[in-house]
Each structure stands twice: as structure tokens, then as C-alpha cells.
Design a protein around this ligand. Structure first.
Ligand code: SAM
Ligand code: GLN
Length: 269
């Protein structure tokens, strides 16, 4: 089969399986298999190169069954890094790169060596980017031992220094004092609101997704505990769902926070 036809047949299967990013996923799987860039793959497709579809049938079938692309590749991009991911750890999302950016901007404006904690670090995504892109001293808290194993490996792979704490933030966060920043992408989905995508509801750990009847249990806890762990004038940066802005702003103001602001993600949510 020629490469162009091979790509088209995979795209068709992925589209039929309800995958929105069918074209990108097909190209990424093949280019990864061939060890070339996506641009190089597109160039080769135009020149009519041959490709044996059966070589990647196993991977195509896994993706068709809605296994996350990042689990099949074993890697997920996050800012300038590729992080190891797989079953047992939350796949870092593009929108969380903005959470890191806000944290980086805040930390870079503080002279000396500010201190920050990433709560619920998962693969280590936020903590690693902060350690790489600022002068700050970074700690990370994670309750899941499986997720923490990924974080540990990613911290080492990325060659950064992050103090990883295995435990529940409800006890571990209070062991910090005088912090400049607490940052978190906590679980925030209401218990009875199952995400539609099978990649999420079958493959991301439940501990990473759900947080009480309205999804805000973890954020409420963070609002009160961070106040104790931070220095006066310190910052709390939280990711939350589209549609939770008013509720989160309200609960923060009630907990005594000042200067609360909401930031839309790169697609305006
Ligand atoms: N920060 C990572 C990211 O943005 O890709 C992971 C975010 S994931 C949505 C939330 C993480 O919080 C999961 O890794 C989960 O295991 C962790 N978590 C949930 N409850 C926790 C708790 N009580 N203490 C510490 N970590 C917790
Ligand atoms: N953004 C995640 C999703 O796509 C939810 C992650 C979270 O609860 N922090 O479902």
C-alpha cells in the first residue's frame, strides 16, 4: 500500500471510532513508528512511498479502541518536555501549560529563590516546568504511589530538581510554611459527571478526576490550607473547569483571599 492510502485508511478508522483528532493521531502514530517527524511523513506521503500497514496494526487497533495516544506512545508533551505516562497517571493536558505559565511569571518576578509547591503533581508536569523555567525551589505532593513513580522518573529524565513528597496534601501541605506559591491542577469533576471521552473516563485515574458532589472539594481544601502554608502576599494558582469560575471565585473570597482573578485558557475556556 502506498503511504498516502495507509494514512487515509487509518484516518477513516479513527474517525469512525469518534476520534476528533483522527488525522493528527494517524500521522503521529506512523511518524513515531518510522522515527521521523510529522512534516517528513507528510513529505514522504506526497512522493508516493510504500508503507506496510500491518506493521502498526496493533497500535492502530489500540487507538481505535480509544486508548489515549499518549499511553500508546508512552509519552505526553508538556511545554518543552516529553513526559512518561501510562496507566495509573493522569495525562497532562495542553491547557495546564497556561497554569504553569502563570506560575512561572509570578515566580520570575520574585527576587532570590522563591519556594513553590505543586499539589497533586501526577506525572510531575507543572513542578518540572517550574523547576526548569524559574530559579525557584520546587516541591511536589502526590497521593498516588503509581503516579509518583512516573513523576520521579520524569524529574530524573528532565534533569531538574524537585522535592517529591508522597502523601495526602491535606496533611503534607501543612508541613510547609512561608511559601511564595501553591499551584495545583486538582481533581475538579463532580462525582456524578462522567467525562464523555473514553480516553478520560477509562484511562485517567479516578483520584485525578473527581472531587465531591460539586467537584470543588479539593479546591475548598486548598483554599483553606494554602492560606496557612503561604507567606503573606503569597499566591495560589488553581486550574478549574469551564463553568466553575464564579463558584471558585466566591469560595476563595469567602475564605478571605484577595485579588482573585480568572484566566481563560488558550482556547478561551
Ligand atoms: N498536576 C498534574 C497535571 O496537571 O497533569 C496532575 C493533575 S490530576 C488532574 C490531579 C492529581 O492530584 C492526580 O495525580 C491525583 O492523584 C492527585 N491527588 C488527588 N487527590 C490528592 C490528595 N488528596 N493529595 C495529593 N494528591 C492528590
Ligand atoms: N481537564 C480534565 C478533563 O479533561 C479534568 C482534570 C481535572 O479534574 N483536573 O477531564
Amino acid at each position: 500500500m502506498n503511504l498516502k492510502a495507509a494514512i487515509a485508511s487509518i484516518v477513516e478508522r479513527f474517525s469512525a471510532a469518534g476520534i476528533a483528532s483522527a488525522q493528527a493521531d494517524a500521522e503521529i502514530l506512523i511518524s513515531n513508528h518510522l522515527g521521523i517527524s510529522r512534516g517528513e511523513l507528510q513529505a514522504r506521503a506526497i512522493t508516493g512511498q510504500e508503507f506496510e500497514l500491518s506493521e502498526i496494526e496493533e497500535q492502530v487497533a489500540r487507538r481505535e479502541a480509544r486508548e489515549p495516544l499518549q499511553h500508546i506512545l508512552g509519552l505526553a508533551p508538556f511545554r518543552s518536555f516529553e513526559l512518561k505516562v501510562g496507566p495509573g497517571v493522569f495525562v497532562p493536558r495542553f491547557e495546564t501549560e497556561l497554569v504553569s505559565q502563570l506560575a512561572i511569571d509570578f515566580l520570575r518576578a520574585i527576587p532570590g529563590r522563591p519556594r513553590a509547591v505543586d499539589v497533586g503533581t501526577g506525572s510531575g508536569a507543572i513542578a518540572i516546568s517550574l523547576a526548569a523555567e524559574t530559579e525557584a525551589e520546587i516541591s511536589a505532593i502526590e497521593l498516588s504511589a503509581d503516579a509518583a513513580d512516573y513523576a520521579r522518573e520524569n524529574i530524573e529524565r528532565c534533569g531538574v530538581s524537585v522535592d517529591l513528597v508522597l502523601g495526602d496534601f491535606q496533611t503534607e501541605l501543612l508541613k510547609f510554611t512561608n511559601l511564595d506559591l501553591v499551584v495545583s491542577n486538582p481533581p475538579y469533576i463532580p462525582l456524578d459527571a462522567t467525562p464523555i471521552d473514553p480516553e478520560v473516563n477509562r484511562h485517567d485515574p479516578e483520584l485525578a478526576l473527581y472531587s465531591g458532589p460539586d467537584g470543588l472539594d479539593a479546591i475548598r481544601e486548598l483554599a483553606s490550607l494554602s492560606e496557612i502554608a503561604l507567606r503573606s502576599g503569597g499566591m495560589l494558582i488553581l486550574e478549574h473547569a469551564d463553568g466553575q469560575s464564579d463558584a471558585v471565585r466566591e469560595l476563595l473570597l469567602e475564605a478571605g483571599w484577595r485579588g482573585v482573578s480568572v484566566h481563560p485558557d488558550p482556547v478561551g475556556r
